[in-house]
Design a protein around this ligand. Structure first.
Ligand SMILES: *[C@@H]1O[C@H](CO)[C@@H](O)[C@H](O)[C@H]1NC(C)=O
Ligand SMILES: *[C@@H]1O[C@H](CO)[C@@H](O)[C@H](O)[C@H]1NC(C)=O
Ligand SMILES: *[C@@H]1O[C@H](CO)[C@@H](O)[C@H](O)[C@H]1NC(C)=O
Ligand SMILES: *[C@@H]1O[C@H](CO)[C@@H](O)[C@H](O)[C@H]1NC(C)=O
Ligand SMILES: *[C@@H]1O[C@H](CO)[C@@H](O)[C@H](O)[C@H]1NC(C)=O
Ligand SMILES: *[C@@H]1O[C@H](CO)[C@@H](O)[C@H](O)[C@H]1NC(C)=O
Ligand SMILES: *[C@@H]1O[C@H](CO)[C@@H](O)[C@H](O)[C@H]1NC(C)=O
Ligand SMILES: *[C@@H]1O[C@H](CO)[C@@H](O)[C@H](O)[C@H]1NC(C)=O
Ligand SMILES: *[C@@H]1O[C@H](CO)[C@@H](O)[C@H](O)[C@H]1NC(C)=O
Length: 741
């Protein structure tokens, strides 16, 4: 540590590489304390390793990161820069003054907090409040969640709007009778729930699929009278006048267009979206859908040549749906969205036969219930009350679409004291009038969503019109951002704003001090220009990155140089041979030897010249090997010697020819009688002394022989095959002086 400390003081060390390969930064900053505060920081700290260039970037890395805006020039040694972005404690310990630290935190402010009420006071549904608070403002710092609690209380006497939508096909005749008294009876039955009940009525049939005679279209029950076919009629707007309800419903007649009418979904869509016409209030909205048939889905309209998708807009003219033969049936998801957007809770009152079908459908539609129609007149009333109780005893919180990068989570604290998380965290069931439940809500932003613009989201209990408005402000910048000093001389004489202790460069300038002109660099990320790839060090650790260009280090020996775009090359790190760089037969370029013409090999240690391999017969390695780096490598393992000329193990050429040589040269030996016949296969040349015999270099494949004659005296000859295949034998006339033992 002491060594590092001193080197840092001298300005030579900017970072040290630990044994683990982690780069660590050395902070050595409190000089007043005679240089003894020294902190080693590791790159595994995300605040440092993310290399934030501005305070804004730093605080977005995570809630643990803070920024130091103190001027730093005092501390900066040659090549040694402390990270301004670090965790708060480290910054403070290392070098930052307490008010130099920028570390904005998120907040929750409650803007509107009307207490929940028990019951309606003196009319006016606005006086009922079921959810609290109603409006909040959240300041969100990246990664730091903000929490608040919503309270929901089911109020007494909460107003209800109920719209009865009925299938008027002929088979529904009995049911129509039963519905007529709904107005009075329902009001009576529900008086303990609410005294403010309004009720409306609509009817539907089928799309006009059957193109028939005009008379039939006007009166399908011809010659009897009945209503002309239609797809949806709004018969009665929502009203508290039960006498009017009886009067209007009594006028209704069933139609004989089709036995079963299945165009109900387009009628639901109209009843839901035509808010103004039907007169929906912002209270509990119930839609009772009564039928004895199934339903059509998109695509079914093709039967009638209708292919345009349903657009979900209100198309009522004189209370009649006008677009029935123009738009196809709506999809179930369209239906779900429309009902939810309009806070409408649906009760399917269907015949036993279709109960299962609608039960499946209901599972897809939040806040919907299914009841069975029977011929008993009071069954409709009971069905509605049961469905209403089951619907309104459940609270499900739903939020509007969240901006990208924002997440939300719910924890519910329901009546029984149980807390639930996840999807169930949005929900509480079995809530009676007067019950109170709580939801803990946590909202987290990641980074700087919506480019820092404020966003508004809404949370509401499904099926209720009350909602909570939440304004989200994103903390993308530090306070010091506002105090920037534009065109500061510190930033290359006015090419940037000095802000939070660093330069924010003006358009066209880059670099730590805005010293680089954008025209001269390829990308905004200057350091990236100085790296061969992400994994490599800047300028291969052999130079400095100046405005996106590497300036390579100098060596003490001026002959030794770094080079290359990323200082990745040098001319002194090549293979050596005989202790010489490139064996003295080449030059070192980018750590590779470039060999002189006649040399090869990683250290130029391999001469390409084959003259040393040339045998006396002018063949390379006597034709028995290849010349590698000037040395013969014999391919025939029998042979050895510099040109593969020696064959110590070859069976004796000498012994084989000894008798013939003896008889022809000396007229002696085993073959002296058959000499002429057997021994004419070579040319004989006699020499006086054995020293005059040819040397090995003189001829190819020359064998030097030393054999015994009949008198046990040595005689010497050479045996050679010439290139023209003739055999030449040289014999020394002089015999060995000594007898063999
Ligand atoms: C760097 O340090 C961290 C913790 O200090 C460690 O988990 C990690 O393995 C280290 N990295 C390497 C490459 O050794
Ligand atoms: C340096 O150390 C002294 C003594 O501990 C302390 O009073 C001073 O605030 C420190 N300065 C900085 C910049 O941390
Ligand atoms: C309404 O409440 C009163 C008193 O609590 C009770 O007597 C009456 O039967 C209730 N009415 C209905 C329709 O439930
Ligand atoms: C059908 O209605 C017309 C006029 O509304 C009436 O004149 C006619 O008598 C009615 N026919 C039957 C069979 O009820
Ligand atoms: C309607 O259909 C049912 C069964 O398909 C049939 O029993 C009934 O008579 C039909 N009613 C009319 C009015 O056509
Ligand atoms: C319902 O109200 C709207 C507008 O207030 C009106 O245009 C429409 O005719 C009314 N419908 C009925 C059936 O009374
Ligand atoms: C009902 O609420 C909607 C929005 O939720 C609002 O636009 C409308 O004005 C409200 N209507 C009444 C009558 O308060
Ligand atoms: C609903 O709550 C009541 C008391 O408020 C309780 O008696 C009943 O068992 C609860 N039902 C369910 C299904 O939890
Ligand atoms: C920006 O920097 C360049 C080079 O450092 C300098 O020549 C120029 O005057 C500066 N621009 C301003 C507006 O100061």
């Amino acid at each position: 540590m002491k060594v590092l400390l001193i080197s840092a003081l001298l300005g030579f060390v900017s970072h040290v590489r630990s044994k683990t390969g982690n780069t660590s930064h050395l902070y050595l900053l409190n000089l007043t304390e005679s240089c003894c505060v020294c902190v080693l920081r590791s790159d595994s700290n995300i605040c440092i390793s993310a290399k934030a260039k501005t305070c804004g970037e730093c605080i977005q890395i995570g809630p643990q990161c803070a920024w130091c805006k103190d001027p730093v020039s005092y501390f900066v040694y040659k090549g040694f820069k402390p990270s301004r972005c670090d965790d708060r404690d480290s910054l403070e310990k290392a070098w930052c003054s307490p008010h130099g630290i920028e570390n904005p935190r998120g907040t929750v402010t409650i803007d509107k907090n009307k207490p929940v009420t028990n019951r309606k006071i003196d009319g006016g549904q606005n006086l009922i409040t079921q959810i609290q608070p109603q409006k909040l403002t959240l300041n969100l710092r990246s990664g730091e969640s903000q929490k608040f609690t919503l309270k929901f209380k089911r109020a007494e006497d909460y107003p209800i709007d109920l719209y009865f939508l009925m299938d008027l096909s002929d088979s529904m005749q009995t049911n129509l009778e039963n519905v007529k008294n709904l107005g009075t009876e329902l009001a009576r039955a529900m008086q303990n729930t609410t005294k403010d009940l309004r009720i409306g009525f609509g009817s539907f049939l089928e799309k006009p699929f059957i193109p028939v005679m005009p008379t039939y279209v006007k009166n399908p029950c011809f010659p009897n009278n009945c209503t002309a076919p239609f797809s949806y009629i709004n018969v009665l707007n929502l009203t508290d006048d039960s006498a009017l309800f009886i009067q209007e419903v009594s006028k209704q007649k069933t139609s004989r267009n089709l036995n079963s009418s299945e165009a109900g979904f387009q009628a639901i869509m109209q009843a839901a979206v035509c808010t103004e016409v039907i007169g929906w209030r912002n209270v509990t909205r119930l839609l009772v859908f009564s039928t004895d048939a199934g339903f059509h889905l998109p695509g079914d309209g093709k039967l009638g040549g209708i292919v345009r998708p349903n657009v979900g807009k209100c198309h009522l003219e004189n209370n009649m749906y006008t677009m029935s033969n123009y738009f196809d049936y709506p999809t179930i998801s369209q239906l779900v969205d429309t009902l939810s957007d309009n806070n409408i809770q649906t009760i399917f009152a269907v015949t036993q036969q279709f109960r299962d079908l609608y039960q499946e459908l209901s599972a897809l539609i939040p806040k919907s219930a299914v009841g069975t129609l029977s011929t008993n007149p009071s069954s409709v009333i009971q069905l509605i009350i049961d469905a209403y109780n089951s619907l309104s005893s459940e609270v499900i919180l739903e939020n509007s679409r969240l901006p990208e990068g924002v997440s939300i989570s719910y924890i519910s604290h329901c009546k029984n004291g149980v807390s639930k998380k996840g999807e169930n965290g949005r929900k509480c069931s079995n809530i009676s009038i007067g019950d109170e439940v709580m939801f803990d809500i946590e909202i987290t932003a990641k980074g700087c969503p919506s480019k820092g613009k404020s966003e508004t989201i809404k949370i509401k209990p499904l099926g209720f019109t009350e909602e909570v408005e939440i304004i989200l402000n994103f903390i993308c910048e530090c306070e010091c951002h506002k105090d920037g000093f534009p065109n500061s001389p510190v930033c290359s004489g006015g090419n940037g704003t000095l802000e939070c202790g660093v330069c924010r460069c003006n358009e066209g300038w880059l670099g730590r001090l805005c010293e680089c002109s954008q025209d001269e660099v390829l990308t905004e990320d200057l350091d990236a220009n100085c790296r061969m790839d992400n994994k490599m060090d800047i300028c291969s650790n052999n130079g400095e990155c100046v405005c996106g260009t590497c300036e390579c280090k100098k060596r003490d020996n001026p002959e030794e140089r770094y080079s290359g775009k990323f200082c990745e090359c040098d001319n002194f790190n090549c293979d050596r041979s005989n202790n010489k760089l490139c064996g003295g037969h080449g030059r070192c370029e980018c750590r590779k030897c470039i060999c002189d013409a006649n040399y090869a090999g990683s250290a130029c240690d391999c001469p390409l010249d084959t003259s040393t391999c040339l045998a006396s017969n002018k063949q390379i390695c006597n034709g028995r090997g290849i010349c590698e780096c000037g040395v013969c490598k014999c391919t025939d393992s029998k042979f050895q010697g510099p040109t593969c000329e020696i064959c110590p193990t070859c069976p004796g050429v000498c012994t084989k020819n000894k008798d013939c040589v003896q008889c022809r040269a000396f007229g002696t030996g085993d073959k002296k009688d058959t000499c002429e016949k057997e021994c004419s296969y070579f040319n004989l040349i006699t020499k006086k002394k054995k020293e005059e015999l040819p040397e090995p270099n003189d001829q190819p494949y020359i064998n030097h022989c030393k054999e015994r004659d009949a008198n046990d005296r040595w005689f010497f000859f050479t045996y050679a095959t010439k290139s023209d295949s003739t055999i030449e034998v040289h014999v020394a006339e002089e015999l060995g002086k000594w007898k063999m033992k």
